[in-house]
Each structure stands twice: as structure tokens, then as C-alpha cells.
Design a protein around this ligand. Sequence first.
Ligand SMILES: Nc1nc2c(ncn2[C@@H]2O[C@H](COP(=O)(O)OP(=O)(O)OP(=O)(O)O)[C@@H](O)[C@H]2O)c(=O)[nH]1
Length: 397
Amino acid sequence: MNINPVLVLAPIFLTTELLSLALCMVLASLRSSGLPGVRQWLLANMAVVVYLPLLGLRDIIPDFISIVLANGIVALSAACYYAGCAHFLGQPSRWKYLLAGALLQVLAVTYWRYGVNSLPLRVMAISAYGAVVCTATSWLMLRHYTGRRNSVHYRLLTGLSCLFAVAQIARSIYFGMLHPVPTNIMLASGWNVLLLCIGAAIMPALSMAAVLMLHEALQTEAEEAANRDFMTGALSRKHLFATGQQFILQAAATRRPLTLLLIDLDHFKTINDTYGHAAGDEVLRAFADMVGEHLRGRDVLGRLGGEEFAVLLPDASLASAQLVAERLRLRAQQHLVVSSFGECRYSISIGVAGWLGGESFDQLCQRADQALYQAKNSGRNRVHTSQLAPELLPQSA
Ligand SMILES: Nc1nc2c(ncn2[C@@H]2O[C@H](COP(=O)(O)OP(=O)(O)OP(=O)(O)O)[C@@H](O)[C@H]2O)c(=O)[nH]1
């Protein structure tokens, strides 16, 4: 099928130009988010905005600008995009290899324009670099993506990178097979138009996927900020209660045990009065870090307020929860908090309660609180367990 490529491609390139400009504005607005990768993705789109007019002016401006310089800019755009993904994932951006590849591409394009003038070999050099960068991008995503793995955005970016790598390879094979040897990229063939259209879509599509990933990261950050206690990093009281209720539903469904520890730092007022409020904050942070180090994957630490914390232990029997509590108490007793305010020791009292089938989370908390009260009353720095052991009661859930 022969079609007039200029008629088809002019509106497509214009659309790509406008899309790239719009993406530049979106990415520029996201710069203040402080998320890694935004600057590199912005540069990648700015490069496309500069490249397209140079391509459009082919045969009007000198070939050095419209072929060598323009394709050098496209190579830099691809390099910036990869670097953006690497930054976003906290991986090395490998600028050395990216720039070496881009330079090699520019040298090859220059040679195959001014040494031996060959359009197919120029297309092969340009497509080879694009294919390598796209493949490297999808590999990078597959290996290092740490966000929501089932997220559409992550799959979109990985899939598009693969697709574009294949399209680049197809384009170089197509140009290599053409007879007679073409001298103009605007060939009047359906395949050429299709491959050019895919080429025009690469950066806007990849950038759109990047913007979606940035939004997901911002959303995750906002959720984390809302659900966590700013000072200690433990779950906020509200989120702890929501998690507790969810764990109770799971425990009822799976008939697995669930245990709650309520922990209170002893004589914390004295610590504040002796070392100052800021030192008290340091102790709370050090305590939360220490507990975090001792918990298993699904265990959860929350701050109920002041110097009172809660630990939810799903799948832990009362006996093993008592062991965990005793280990934490001992560890706290031996914990020397060293800060700019001096050295400080502290101890904790713990109330332990195992979930009874049919019991609400509030009721479980009340029993753990009573046990904590008894631990405090019997001298502090000790673990007390709620008398109502689940083993002693009939299961009603
Ligand atoms: N540094 C600091 N102190 C806090 C914070 N929240 C609450 N407090 C202090 O924690 C202290 C709690 O005092 P009390 O409720 O009397 O309890 P306590 O001194 O720990 O005594 P017992 O719990 O009976 O062992 C108060 O002085 C509060 O001001 C906080 O975020 N940072």
C-alpha cells in the first residue's frame, strides 16, 4: 500500500510535539515533589520538543543540523529517559555507558552521511541505540521496581519499552531489506509510515507511564504520612485500630491466633524532667527502632499516644507473644540511648492479651490495658498477661 507519508506524518509529528510540550509542563510541575527521576524525564521530553522541528526542516536546513545534530538529540533524549528510570528506582544511572553509546551513534550517523552516504545504515545505527536503551529500560524495571508490582503503570512502562525495542529492530531490518536503496526516510509505504508513527509515539507514551508512576509514588507517600506517626515511624493510632480490626477479621476467617501487646515506658515524665523533652523524643524514637528490629514481617508497631505503644502479633499464640514481650522488656532494660543530650536508660511495662473469638478490637485493647495496669501496679519493668487466656474460653467466632 502506497500512501503520501507527509500527509499522514505531519499531523502525527505535530501531535507528538504538542504532547511532548504538555508533558514538559506536567513534569516541570512535578519537580517540586522532590521525587527522583523527574528532572531527567523532563530533559528527555525537552529534547524531543527540539528534535521534531529539526526533523521537519529536513532538506531545508543543512543536513548536519537536521541529521547529525537532530539524531544526537534523540539519542540524548533516550539516555535521559533511562537515567530518569534509574534515579526513580534508586539505581545507578550509568551515564558513562549511555553517553558513550550516544556518541557512537552520532559518529556512525556522521560517517554514513559524509563518509559513505547510506540511509539504511544511518537508520540501523539510530534504531540500534534506541533498541538497546528501550531493552535496558524494561530490564531495569523488571529487576528493580519496588512499588506496587501489580500496578498498571509499571506494567505499561515495562511493556512499552519492550514493544518499542522490537519496533526499532523491525525498522532497521525493514530499511536493510529495501530495494532500491532508499534515500529519504519519508518513504511512501504503509510499513514505513507505521514504523514512523510508532517512533513518534515512543517518548510521549513512555513519559505518560513515568508520570503515572510518579503519581503512584506521591500517593504512596501521602498514605504513609497519613498512616504513620511522624516522630517514631510507628503506625498512627487511627491506622493501628484499622489494622487491628482487619487482623481480627483474618484471625476469625483462618482460625489463627492474634495477640496484642500494650507497652508503656516507665516513669517517662522523670526522663523528660531529667534530660529535657527533646531527649525524651530521642528515647521514644530509639525505643520504636529497637522494637522494629525485633518484629517479624507481618507484626505491626503502632503509637497510641505519648509514651504508649501497641504491637499486633498475628499468628502468634499467647505463649509465644509472652516470650516476645519478655524479650522486648529485657532489651529495653539493657538499651542505652546515646544522644546529644547524654546517655539515658529506660524500662517498659507490657500488657499482653490474646484475641478471644468474637471479641472486638476495642475489647481486646481493654484487656491488654488492664494487664498493663497490673504490670505498672506490681512494680513496673514487667510483663503481665490478661487472665482470660483464649485457651480457657470456648471459641465463639
Ligand atoms: N518527650 C516527649 N514526652 C512526651 C510525649 N508525649 C507524652 N510525653 C510525656 O510523657 C509523660 C508521661 O507521664 P505519665 O503519664 O505521668 O507517666 P510516666 O511518667 O511514664 O509514669 P508511668 O507511666 O506511671 O510509669 C508526660 O510527662 C508527657 O509530657 C512526647 O511525644 N515526647
